[in-house]
Design a protein around this ligand. Structure first.
Ligand code: SF4
Ligand code: SF4
Ligand code: FES
Length: 246
């Protein structure tokens, strides 16, 4: 059992585990995007990077593909890691600014600026759909096509594929095909509304009942605010940042 130290915590990890497995075993959160339980790790998006080693010999690796090694020291939230992770999120959000998954990630990492002009692509090439089709749906109907800037996900020769059973598995796992983010002006802003919403109604009801609406939609928190201290109304203003100087 290789012993690794993650964020100062020692763990006797299972041989063959990845650093992501080990971190999760310790309850340490590492964000992932191309990685998905049930699919082969791919290491494409680089969101799950962690810092291994120490001093000038340290380096960044993708935790979802890097195996545990005896004596390895890992930092999941160093300045270097966070800075790089934010850059990765910013690049992906620039490509697909309407993705709720990416908007939430950006809000979580307190991104206040998107320096890249939004491109509104339909894909961030995370490869989840390809692996889903191949490994879970045994379809192998889609794959990466082209290279470099023209790399896309498509059927062979861009022709309708007889192998596709229209099961919808590929769309189910796609972080871009999900419901478009309905932020205040999603194409140009880092919204953060969902990420910053606080469950005000859970102070009143047994459960948190407001999932997507802006604070005040159901009226509970607004009504309660009138009755109680202003601190009950705890949904902060979303980060509102313009892009490209607009
Ligand atoms: S809908 Fe077609 S391409 Fe998508 S996972 Fe199913 S078989 Fe594969
Ligand atoms: S279509 Fe969706 S799941 Fe497939 S690679 Fe693009 S973003 Fe990922
Ligand atoms: S989640 Fe590890 S590289 Fe994408």
């Amino acid at each position: 059992m290789p012993r690794v130290t993650i964020d100062g915590l020692d763990l006797d990890a299972e041989r063959g585990d990845t650093l992501l497995d080990a971190a999760r075993h310790l309850g340490i959160e590492v964000p992932t995007l191309c990685h998905m339980e049930g699919l082969t790790p791919w290491g494409g998006c680089r969101l799950c990077i962690v810092e291994v080693g120490a001093g000038t010999r340290s380096r960044l690796v993708t935790s979802c593909t890097y195996p545990v090694e005896e004596g390895l020291k890992v930092r999941t939230n160093s300045k270097w890691v966070i800075k790089t992770r934010r850059m990765v999120i910013e690049l992906m959000l620039g490509a697909c600014s309407g993705s709720k998954e990416l908007q939430d990630l950006a809000a979580k990492y307190r991104m206040e600026e998107m320096r890249f002009k939004p491109r509104h692509d339909d894909c961030i090439l995370c490869g989840r759909c390809v692996r889903m089709c191949d490994e879970q749906m045994t379809g192998s109907a889609i794959g990466f096509l082209g290279r470099g800037q023209s790399l896309t996900i498509n059927t062979p020769f861009d022709k309708p594929s007889a192998a596709c059973r229209r099961c919808g598995g590929c769309m189910y796992v796609c972080p871009i095909c999900t419901l478009r983010c309905q932020g205040p002006d999603a194409p140009t802003e880092v919204c953060g509304r969902c990420g910053s919403m606080a469950p005000t109604c859970s102070d009143v009801f047994e459960d948190y009942t407001c999932y997507m609406g802006a604070a005040g939609d159901c009226g509970t928190c607004v009504r309660e605010e009138k009755k109680t201290a202003a601190s009950l109304f705890c949904a902060p203003e979303p980060a509102k940042v313009t892009v490209g100087g607009k």
